[in-house]
Design a protein around this ligand. Structure first.
Ligand SMILES: *Cc1c(COP(=O)(O)O)cnc(C)c1O
Length: 437
């Protein structure tokens, strides 16, 4: 790290000059505001920016469709029959997984359901009176998980006839704290013991920006005989993941946050090979997961493709995937470990300029609730504000800084190492210093 930092334009320019990833910024399109000013975009945690290569990638598929019609499945530049495979190696790099452990398909929440169908498997015993009793059936998760995750878990446990409040163990930070302590998570998992079927956490928490200790949670879950799954929506493309080595059972993420693949685009899935290569692992099957060499024999009897590919239900949505592929190529070129290294410094610099602004400008009232240890956060800082929070957010927007507002009072700022630079961060700090209240 380049400590000690200085809060000057020259110092930021110097860091940008030393940045070996600085050229990637040129590969993206930055939005302009109504006055025509290019925006300082710190909202890649919500919707990443468009790579310049996206349009051509999409146009190529439209052209191949025009030229080939149905024959495009086997002709054209990237035959659609195999389309998902063009993304496999790049996706494995993002996940830190083997190629046969990943697949791109569907959308995130849909995939969470499909994965819980496979990996949330409550067990039952029969008591002396001959009644069926739940045995291992609980899910442990954050109390303040992303709403879609809460709703998905609710319908999963209810589908087995359980009450949410009984089957779901929710973890909240301690009184007066904003993030969960690692030891509290470990203890809660141990305490749930042989009742625990599944631990289901995010990687980077969407609201607080806290990065959970994925390997430690996984280990703790396995120690009590449970499985460990993760929602990596805010983590993929942000953190250098090693899902296979960490022995994570399953994970899913979306492609439109740090992975810059456009609104509502496809989701990535990881399934550890110990489950994925077992044809008996329960799954929702469809024709695209059927063994490829016999897929078009149209016969009865499902034979899964080995690995995560055997969870595909439908044929590949090529237009979305083409854009995702264009973006993944940039991650491959930049290298996720290099991005993470830059990200640590970039986020630390943001923290530095924000805290200086707070010290200098008495009008500013906020607390950074994201952990200050770079190992416990990704590219995002969450600022808990007072009743002037919304005014601060609007002021930033009027100064062409795009942050993101989460009710009731949090401003999230996410410098994405792929396209943000130190000059962006310096400009944000300057705007905070000059906030008139
Ligand atoms: C963004 C996000 C989602 C969104 O799910 P979609 O199905 O892609 O709409 C779900 N969970 C988490 C944790 C998220 O951050």
């Amino acid at each position: 790290m380049n400590l000690p930092f200085e809060n000057t334009a020259d110092f930021a320019a110097q860091l940008d000059q030393q940045d070996t990833l600085s050229q990637f910024r040129e590969q993206f399109i930055f939005p302009k505001n109504e006055q025509g000013n290019t925006q300082i975009y710190l909202c890649g945690n919500s919707l990443g920016l468009q790579p310049k290569s996206a349009k051509e990638a999409l146009m190529n598929e439209l052209e191949d469709w025009a030229q080939w019609g149905v024959e495009g499945h086997f002709h054209g530049r990237k035959p659609w029959f195999h389309y998902h495979k063009f993304l496999t190696d790049y996706t494995a790099e993002i996940a830190g997984a083997k190629a046969h452990e990943v697949v791109v398909m569907n959308h995130l929440t849909v995939n969470l359901h499909l994965l819980m169908f496979s990996f949330y498997r409550p067990t039952f015993t029969t008591n002396a009176a001959g009644e069926k009793q739940p045995a291992r059936y609980k899910i442990i998760m954050e109390a303040a998980a992303f709403p879609s995750d809460m709703y998905a878990v609710q319908s999963q446990v209810e589908s087995y006839g359980f009450q949410y409040d009984d089957a779901v163990i929710e973890l909240s930070p301690r009184e007066g704290e904003y993030t969960l302590r690692k030891e509290d998570i470990m203890n809660a998992i141990a305490e749930a013991g042989d009742q625990l079927a599944l631990s289901f956490f995010s990687g980077v928490q969407y609201y607080t920006g806290q990065l959970f200790n994925i390997p430690a949670i996984t280990k703790a879950a396995h120690a009590v005989g449970a499985l460990a799954g993760f929602d990596l929506a805010h983590t993929a493309g942000n953190i250098d993941l090693q899902l296979h080595d960490w022995d994570v059972d399953f994970a899913a993420w979306c492609s439109y946050k740090y992975l810059n693949s456009g609104p509502g685009n496809v989701s990535g899935v990881y399934i550890h090979e110990k489950h994925g290569l077992n044809p008996d692992t329960r799954r929702m099957s469809g024709w695209w997961g059927h063994k490829e060499d016999v897929r078009f024999l149209m016969k009865r009897g499902y034979i899964p493709e080995p690995g995560a590919a055997g969870w595909q239900m439908s044929n590949a949505p090529v237009f979305g995937m083409a854009v995702h592929l264009a973006s993944l190529q940039l991650f491959h070129e930049a290298g996720i470990a290099n991005l993470r290294q830059k990200s640590r410094t970039l986020t630390a610099y943001l923290e530095f300029v924000l805290l200086q602004a707070k010290a200098e400008n008495p009008v500013l009232q906020f607390e950074i609730i994201t952990p200050n240890n770079p190992d416990e956060r990704g590219a995002q800082l969450s600022l808990l504000t007072d009743d002037k929070g919304k005014a601060l957010f609007d002021y930033l927007f009027n100064n062409h800084i795009v942050a993101d507002w989460r009710e009731p009072n949090v401003i999230r700022l996410a410098p994405a190492p792929m396209y943000n630079n130190f000059a962006d961060v310096f400009a944000v700090g300057k705007a905070f210093r000059e906030f008139p209240g």
